[in-house]
Design a protein around this ligand. Structure first.
Ligand SMILES: *Cc1c(COP(=O)(O)O)cnc(C)c1O
Length: 358
């Protein structure tokens, strides 16, 4: 429909240093996030106030080498998707939720707050300018708004950046986890936390840097895809997705608190589960409970990138515990489909989550 094909061969859809996409037909899907759509939207502050956004080619941005964000971590981002529906219409999913969360992240990092309205406008502009790059389902256009503290002051370790750069880039994507819909293996980490109490709810780079070493180690030692952080035996989430326990009757997940990222996908799955007659429980999950749950239940990761991905095994204290029959569970697939049906315009959007863009 779009003629836009994702590939991973060098020169075939890869991003060169100018950010231009050279799309050549191929059947190899590119890894998630490696292809830049041709247009980005940029806004900068002057005197701490954001000016009008500019729609321009995706190309390198200029930062002063003294920029606050490069030294002191004053940066945050969002991740959301626009889907091409079965009717050909392109819809953004939960624009307002993501704009609100970026605005909240900005405030927590003491960065100039672009405000929800500017963020929404820039995301809409980015989708509209890249409509040709929105792949057919199950692919989507992934939008990545980024906010960076730009004040040129390497002495500002203990003061906020008064200036900032906000840009929205886009990337046509397929599956986040290589291999499509397959059961994931999670290592349950009961010692090292994912982040700090201050940053649990903030989508900021430091969190992913902190999780990197333990995630690599879990992959090397146990072939784990992700780490499920459960400091002190209190299950929180993985490095970039929320964690849910599911069975024929229940969907159970951690209640909202400051320790973890409040996902738009988590929220949507809980509401769809309620619509479908599941009983939804938001409460703490002790890691001990995982073993009992794994015997007959399902587990899944919820996130924009992960959608709803089934967990086939948990590694706990070096022991491998199969979840259910080790495959992606039937209820997980059902809830995933309910979500995807709304995103792709196959089901009525009863909760007002989608915005028609083009
Ligand atoms: C982005 C993210 C999620 C998922 O949030 P969504 O809004 O569903 O995409 C969950 N946990 C972490 C740590 C994240 O960074």
């Amino acid at each position: 429909m779009t003629g836009f094909v994702m590939t991973s061969q060098p020169g075939n859809g890869a991003v060169d240093h100018t950010g231009v996409v050279d799309a050549v037909p191929s059947t190899t899907p590119a890894p998630f996030g490696t292809i830049a759509a041709p247009v980005m939207v940029v806004a900068v502050t002057s005197g701490g106030v954001f000016g009008a956004p500019s729609v321009q080619p995706t190309e390198p941005v200029q930062l002063h080498p003294f920029a606050h964000g490069l030294h002191y971590g004053s940066s945050c981002f969002e991740g959301l998707k626009a889907h091409r529906g079965v009717d050909g219409v392109v819809r953004a999913f939960r624009l307002d939720y993501h704009a609100q969360r970026l605005s909240e992240s900005a405030r927590r990092l003491h960065l100039p707050d672009p405000g929800e309205q500017l963020i929404v406008t820039m995301i809409e502009q980015a989708i509209r300018a890249n409509l040709e790059a929105v792949p057919d389902a199950p692919g989507a256009l992934y939008l990545r708004p980024v906010l960076i503290g730009t004040e040129a002051n390497i002495g500002a370790a203990a003061t906020p950046s008064r200036e900032a750069l906000l840009y929205v880039v886009a990337s046509p994507v397929g599956d986040y986890f290589a291999g499509g819909i397959r059961p994931l293996t999670l290592q349950v980490e009961t010692d090292i936390p994912r982040t700090t109490p201050q940053f649990g709810q903030v989508k900021t780079g430091a969190n992913y840097a902190m999780a990197l070493d333990v995630t690599l180690q879990a992959g090397r030692d146990h072939g784990a895809d992700q780490v499920l952080f459960a400091p002190g035996g209190d299950v929180q989430e993985t490095g970039a997705a929320n964690f849910l326990l599911i069975n024929d009757d229940w969907v159970v997940t951690r209640a909202l608190d400051s320790t973890f990222l409040h996902g738009a996908t988590r929220d949507a799955i809980l509401r769809l589960a309620g619509d479908l007659g599941y009983r939804v429980e938001e409460r703490s999950i002790p890691s001990d409970e995982l073993v009992a749950w794994a015997a007959g239940g399902e587990a899944a990761l919820a996130g924009t990138a992960a959608v709803l991905s089934g967990v086939g095994a948990l590694i706990m204290e070096g022991r491998r515990i199969t979840v259910g029959d080790g495959q992606v569970g039937a209820n997980t697939l059902r809830l995933r489909q309910a979500l995807v049906d709304v995103q792709q315009g196959r089901a009525d959007d009863l909760h007002g989550w989608t915005s028609v863009i083009g």
